[in-house]
Design a protein around this ligand. Structure first.
Ligand code: CA
Length: 223
């Protein structure tokens, strides 16, 4: 059973997330206090932290900075207000593994948590927990860059999430709908061609042969 550390000072959100995660077989320890979240993150036995920015005491930026400064690679999903996502991402300097804009659905949070935990579980023995590798493609979760062989490319945050999802399911076909809900969450318009556009971007950056279109079904990362 995965152990989740929740740092959130709004009682309503804290109890919503706690009850929701506990109903899905996670154990949750919640705190409203930034310093306590940091201590638990550094020294507690947790599998993942859900971190709000506005906390009692030190804020989420500082928690994450000190957590990474202390050498922790605990996966962190940051909660942020919808209108300050860009500022938040910049302020975190890449120390977070993922971001969720408030308000979010429990399903989306569960999907993100499971994705992070699965990636962590598939990191090879002795490998770094922040790099996901399939064949000659590697994705650095911290730096948010991808490598194909010797070539490093910069990815936008959605490109990054899309590649991450494809790598995590390498060899499997992912439908357009799965990709939309996994990468775009509740933000997506089901009629948009955004998946096609982003797949094209990834092919341009990483090579045409990496992502296969499976006609009528979706996309697959070749292994
Ligand atoms: Ca807060």
């Amino acid at each position: 059973m995965a152990r989740i550390l929740l740092a959130e000072d709004e009682p309503r959100i804290s109890s919503f997330v706690t009850r929701g995660l506990e109903a899905h077989e996670f154990t949750v320890s919640a705190t409203a206090d930034g310093q306590e979240a940091l201590n638990w993150g550094l020294f507690g036995e947790f599998d993942l932290m859900v971190l709000d920015i506005g906390l009692v005491g030190i804020d989420g930026f500082e928690v994450l900075r000190r957590l990474r400064g202390g050498g922790s690679d605990l996966p962190v999903i940051v909660l942020t207000a919808r209108d300050s996502v860009a500022d938040t991402v910049a302020g975190l300097e890449g120390g977070a593994d993922d971001y969720m804009a408030k308000p979010f659905s429990l399903d989306e949070l569960l999907a993100r948590i499971r994705l992070r935990l699965r990636q962590r579980a598939t990191v090879p023995e002795g490998g770094s927990a922040t790099v996901l590798v399939v064949g000659d493609v590697s994705l650095d979760i911290r730096a948010r860059t991808a490598n194909r062989g010797e070539v490093t490319v910069e990815l936008s945050s959605r490109e990054f999430s899309l590649l991450e999802m494809l790598l995590s399911h390498a060899g499997q076909v992912l439908s357009r709908e799965q990709i939309l809900s996994g990468v775009w969450g509740y933000d997506y318009d089901p009629g948009s061609n955004v998946v096609e556009v982003y797949v094209r971007n990834l092919r341009r950056k990483l090579g045409d042969d990496l992502i296969e279109t499976v006609r009528g079904m979706g996309y697959r990362l070749r292994v």
